[in-house]
Unconditional design. Structure first.
Length: 278
């Protein structure tokens, strides 16, 4: 049994099963809200706030109940709900609760694998940590809930999920840089830097990968392009740490040459530029 939210929302019995999520926008939106808050109590007021923001219809409470019935039918059809009247999706006083095991929601599996990868990195096992984080990232099927009509609460969840994904990506790339995989990372980092043109950490990692691959001029060009983008789009300069990385590349600082093991301190490139976006 699976519910997926790391991409288009999906309900199914198997990983390659047929999706059974409600097709109507509002029930789909409500199911998404309940899945993102799996095993937690969600009040009817919260559901109304997500579905209609500040302009709920007079029949909002009744309409939410109707949507819950439609979701239960979808869960039953997908083989997730054991009975049409409810069991996994339960009605509480003034709200609802969707019960899911750790293996039933891809978000739970992602968080668990990220935690496992972090533990491996803290123990100095970059190989196992990078592999675990890569497996976690493989659970993503695209932008989170891209096919869902998002109100204020789901929009906030989407931003949080993207940030968690970026943090996982940062850690995985840093580990692979320490493993000496800079040549293999360049193509991926070029694509990521183009997709997120103001994300400083990705550009810093690309600069390091290029420098270690003997492409110092291209590494400096990445910095120039980012600086131009930040100046023209946001009216700001690169962070102090990114400027320090630029100076290190310009001077061919030997400290950038060889990967370093993780031993309680921050990885080398993160220590120089941090992991935030501009």
């Amino acid at each position: 049994m699976h519910i997926k939210v790391l991409g288009p929302i999906f309900l199914g019995v198997t990983e390659d099963g047929v999706g059974c999520a409600p097709s109507a926008p509002k029930p789909r939106q409500l199911l998404t809200l309940l899945a993102l808050n799996a095993n937690q109590f969600v009040t009817t007021t919260t559901c109304i706030d997500e579905l209609w923001a500040e302009e709920p219809p007079p029949s909002a409470i009744t309409t939410v109940r109707t949507y819950v019935m439609q979701i239960r039918r979808a869960l039953y059809k997908a083989g997730i709900e054991e009975e049409p009247s409810g069991g996994i999706l339960r009605t509480r006083q003034r709200g609802y609760q969707l019960f899911l095991g750790r293996a039933s929601l891809d978000l739970f599996r992602f968080v668990d694998q990220v935690d496992e990868g972090k533990r491996a990195l803290l123990l100095g096992d970059d190989c196992r940590g990078a592999e675990t984080l890569r497996n976690a990232l493989a659970l993503w099927q695209g932008p989170p809930l891209a096919d869902v009509q998002a109100g204020p609460l789901i929009t906030a969840h989407q931003a949080r999920l993207q940030e968690i994904r970026f943090n996982c990506l940062d850690l995985r790339i840093e580990a692979e840089l320490r493993l000496g995989l800079h040549n293999e990372l360049i193509s991926e980092l070029v694509g990521l830097a183009a997709e997120f043109p103001t994300h400083e950490s990705l550009h810093a990692q690309l600069m390091v990968a290029l420098f270690r691959s003997g492409r110092q001029a291209q590494a400096l060009d990445v910095y120039r392009q980012l600086r131009t983008m930040l100046s023209e789009e946001l009216g700001i300069e690169p962070s102090r740490r990114l400027r320090q990385l630029h100076d290190a590349v310009l001077l061919a600082d030997p400290a950038l040459d060889a990967p370093r093991s993780l031993s309680g301190a921050l990885p080398q490139t993160l220590d120089l530029v941090g992991s935030g976006s501009a």
